[in-house]
Design a protein around this ligand. Structure first.
Ligand code: SAH
Ligand code: SF4
Ligand code: F3S
Length: 497
């Protein structure tokens, strides 16, 4: 793979702006690692950057509008620094391709979801063109001088060649190319990709078009990454795929299934908690349920998206289960793990969704008693099967249904949190609380959000927290001790779980 580090004679500062799901967060971590290895400097502040790369999402119209709005603003700021490069990658880059290079000339390059390895070179090419064309003013003179130094070995060749600044196409990127380079901001916590793409074609969803068909990563490649992570101090791993339950089905006969992979992952010493997303109800197996029940490292939280409580709508969505089938799976999960918390995704206002259909969704949510739900207003996505249906639920009505579900889910979430008050729970400390930097924030096995007082040295560690109160989204508690160690306080332990 190309490596520019030997030749970059001055810093080139790159800022990554990440939108969308965990896949994009991981892609962004991999890209950070790759760029750093090649001598680029990653900066947090976009106003400092020589190149800003958007890692985009297209799942809903709003996700795309956010990117275009932000890019438009940065484009205006280029009046002062015309040499700054704006690049785009991720799902929107893949789907829109050349269109993003036309029109207002906002983006300098477009790299699709399978082309991220080309990004360092594209940054250099685009910067050479911009620096060569930029007018030097008091506002950018220093930057131009620095960039001129950095780009000197490339300038002539870049300007002479017509090298493309557009790379899309889903010829799958091979595994093992760059994922081991991921730079994780919290080294004790890692997303690990176990498959790419999706072949399910739910009628509303753009992901199969943006990410290509489902391709599983060979088990040995995953397990060796997990072992390396464990050695470097990682204690919590979240395995990523659009449909982890179909992991391995595209691999040669004799390859591991998802439960077999999880079982091997759980054997790795050092990794204490295992999570995975997303688990499509159509493919969850009894084998997975019994493994979850017997393997204590697998967290008691399952993301299990229903999408709608109406069988008529589920069919139109091309989801391959009925509400009854889903409820049966939930019953099996709960029988095997009474302490399991369930989360889901729901779409309101799918084409043709009547009040009766919506009522079925409300009843299903109440019955399933989710701990959490991600609620979305249907957004028509060009090129999908559902785009051929009339988007006939008015926006106002979508908002109303969304708000009604939010209120219901809010109540259920609060109830779940309240049920832990009075117990002592193991918590992985994630950092300082965003709202109050003087206290710590962490998560339980159920992914419940917990805030408590403690020393920042506890960040990245497992602690035992006594839960004292619950607001609608957060538990408040007091830290008793590090897991497996003596108490931090000498208060008497009164209750357990
Ligand atoms: N692979 C996951 C979902 C990934 S997309 C699964 O099948 O469970 C995340 C969520 O976005 C979906 O579960 C769905 O609820 C929502 N979503 C996808 N396309 C959408 C659209 N066109 N409009 C509104 N929400 C959508
Ligand atoms: Fe989209 Fe369905 Fe694939 Fe999930 S399973 S990514 S909702 S097509
Ligand atoms: Fe968005 Fe692509 Fe993820 S469309 S939700 S970033 S797979």
């Amino acid at each position: 793979m190309a490596d520019f580090s030997a030749n970059l004679l001055a810093p080139i500062k790159v800022c990554l702006l990440t939108y969308g799901c965990q896949m994009n967060i991981l892609d962004s971590q991999v890209l950070s690692g790759n760029l750093t290895r090649q001598g680029f400097t990653i900066v947090e502040d976009e106003s400092e950057a020589d190149a800003v790369i958007f890692i985009t999402c297209s799942v809903r119209d709003l996700a795309e509008r956010k990117v275009l709005g932000k890019a438009g603003k940065l484009n205006v700021k280029r009046r002062r620094r015309p040499e700054v490069v704006l690049g785009v990658t991720g799902c929107m880059a893949e789907l829109k391709g050349e269109e993003l290079l036309e029109g207002k000339n906002v983006f300098d390059f477009v790299a699709g979801t399978h082309k991220r390895h080309l990004i360092p070179e594209m940054i250099l090419r685009a910067l050479c063109r911009r620096v060569a064309a930029a007018e030097v003013t008091a506002a950018n003179a220093e930057h131009i001088e620095r960039l001129g130094k950095a780009l000197a070995p490339y300038m002539e060749e870049c300007l002479a060649s017509e090298g493309s600044l557009l790379a899309v196409g889903k010829d799958p990127m091979s595994f093992g190319l760059d994922e081991l380079e991921a730079m994780r901001p919290r080294p004790w916590q890692a997303f690990v990709e176990i498959m790419r793409g999706c072949s399910n074609f739910c009628s509303y969803c753009v992901v199969p078009y943006a990410r290509g068909p489902e391709v599983s990563r060979p088990a040995e490649s995953i397990l060796s990454e997990l072992r390396a992570l464990a050695v470097s101090g990682c204690v919590e791993v979240t395995l990523l795929g659009q449909n982890v339950n179909s992991y391995g089905k595209d691999l040669p006969a004799g390859s591991m299934s998802f439960p077999e992979l999880l079982k091997e992952a759980a054997k790795i010493e050092g990794i204490k908690w295992l999570r995975f997303v997303t688990s499509n109800p159509q493919d969850i197996s009894d084998e997975l349920i019994s493994l979850m029940a017997s393997e204590k490292k697998i967290c008691r939280y399952l993301h299990f998206p229903l999408q709608s409580g109406s069988n008529r709508i589920l069919k139109m969505m091309n989801r391959k289960y009925t509400l009854e089938g889903y409820l049966e799976k939930v019953a099996k999960l709960r029988a095997a793990m009474p302490d399991l918390w369930l989360a889901g995704d729901l779409i309101v206002g799918f084409p043709g969704e009547t009040l009766e259909d919506f009522g079925e969704t409300l009843r299903a949510v109440e019955k399933i008693d989710y701990a959490n739900n991600f609620l979305f207003k249907y957004s028509e996505r060009p090129g999908t099967a559902a785009a051929r249906l009339k988007d006939d639920v008015p926006l106002e009505e979508k908002k109303r249904r969304h708000a009604e579900l939010m209120a219901l889910q809010g109540r259920l979430t609060h109830e779940h949190l309240k049920s832990l008050v009075g117990t002592i729970q193991e918590v992985l400390v994630e950092g300082r609380s965003k709202r109050n930097r003087d206290v710590l924030q962490g998560r339980t096995t159920h992914y419940a959000n917990v805030v408590f007082e403690g020393d920042p040295s506890l960040i990245g560690k497992f602690v035992q927290v006594r839960m004292e109160s619950a607001t609608p989204l957060t538990l408040y508690g007091s830290c008793e001790r590090l897991t497996g160690e003596e108490k931090l306080t000498d208060e008497k332990e009164t209750s357990g779980i």
